[in-house]
Design a protein around this ligand. Structure first.
Ligand code: ATP
Ligand code: MG
Length: 325
């Protein structure tokens, strides 16, 4: 009977559920400093997910808690459907991670480092060494000592080390750190190709731009707290919108719109108006602007919706947070 129970619980606990990482109320304190503050995180499977926040926001600490490198003070978590710490071994068998920066023995070659790491894993890991080196473009430098590697090569060897376990989930702490623009580009392509293979990549970063380019979904963290999360496209859809209007008589155009709900935030420029629309304003507001101006005899030459970048949205969200603090 006890075997039945074990089987049963492993079947229900190893889930094909939607989340690669799931946390509820996860909290880690260092004295009075709450480095991870009541974090509710849902990382969907099969995507690149960015854990985005400024220095000291608690990104590395969250990753260390997830990997069991330090203990949570409160909350629950699961990786790939396995609740941890209870089923940590099963979870970590399918997780590859780089925390802080990858550490290797400098006097050994890249291949020898991977051999040592593979020896600590299941037998199949040894057979993945060549493919992993190939996969990250390091096969031609595999027999050089790691001490001769550039930062970018070390990062790539770090990813190769992750791949030894054929992970479903990769957790990478600041994978772009120390890389030049070309190195960042390579790392981004590598992350995207891992996701294309059906793996999940969760990365932490303080680089808004990189997260916007690399990730499908994001959690924005500040002072240990997740303040927004979701698919980037959905988050941006809820952001404020800006419309540039090229028109005749900008001053008169402004006064026409000032009497309407659209007129809350209008800057007059030499060749038209720049209008800030509140979050949640539909695109039909743009059509309404056009109709009102044209009906009042204003010539409209151009109407352009300005794409809100994650960066400006991030600043908007964090400054709002500052206002209420
Ligand atoms: N071992 C530790 N002992 C005490 N405080 C710690 C420890 N590790 C982290 N902290 C504190 O926890 C907070 C979060 O640190 P953490 O390293 O997780 O931030 P981070 O988001 O990874 O920052 P960075 O972008 O600089 O890597 C900081 O205030 C830090 O000083
Ligand atoms: Mg960190």
């Amino acid at each position: 009977m006890s075997v039945m129970t074990l089987d049963e619980s492993s079947r229900t606990n190893h889930s094909d559920g939607p989340w690669a990482v799931e946390t509820h109320g996860l909290t880690k304190r260092f004295g009075d400093n709450v480095a991870v503050n009541d974090v509710e995180l849902l990382v969907p499977r099969g995507c690149a997910f960015g854990y985005l926040g400024p220095n000291g926001a608690g990104k590395t600490t969250l990753i260390r808690v997830l990997l069991g490198l330090t203990r949570a003070d409160a909350g629950t978590m699961s990786l790939l459907g396995y609740s941890v710490p209870r089923r940590r071994d099963q979870a970590l068998a399918r997780v590859g991670a780089i925390v802080d920066e990858p550490r290797f023995h400098g006097h050994l070659t890249g291949r020898q480092n991977l051999q040592i790491l593979a020896a600590a894993r299941e037998r199949a890991a040894r057979e993945r060494i060549d493919a992993s080196l190939e996969r990250v473009g390091m096969a031609h430098r595999a027999n050089d000592r790691v001490s001769k590697y550039s930062m970018g090569m070390r990062q790539r060897l770090g990813v190769a080390a992750c791949l030894l376990g054929d992970p479903q989930l990769l957790i990478l702490d600041e994978p772009m750190n120390g890389l030049d623009p070309a190195g960042m580009h390579e790392m981004r392509d590598m992350i995207l190709s891992l996701v294309a293979e059906g793996r999940t990549v969760m990365l932490s970063s303080h680089l808004l731009d990189e997260v916007e380019r690399t990730c499908d979904a994001v959690a924005i963290v500040d002072h240990g707290k997740v303040i927004r999360q979701g698919p980037i496209a959905e988050l941006l859809a809820g952001a404020a919108m800006q419309v540039e209007v090229g028109c005749s008589s900008p001053e008169r155009a402004r006064s026409i719109l000032a009497d309407t709900p659209l007129g809350a935030n209008i800057d007059v420029e030499t060749s038209g108006l720049s209008i800030h629309l509140a979050a949640g304003t539909g695109r039909d507001a743009i059509a309404e602007i056009n109709r009102r101006l044209v009906e009042s005899g204003i010539e409209v030459y151009r109407l352009q919706e300005i794409q809100v970048s994650l960066e400006s949205w991030f600043l908007e969200v964090t400054s709002r947070l500052g206002d209420t603090a």
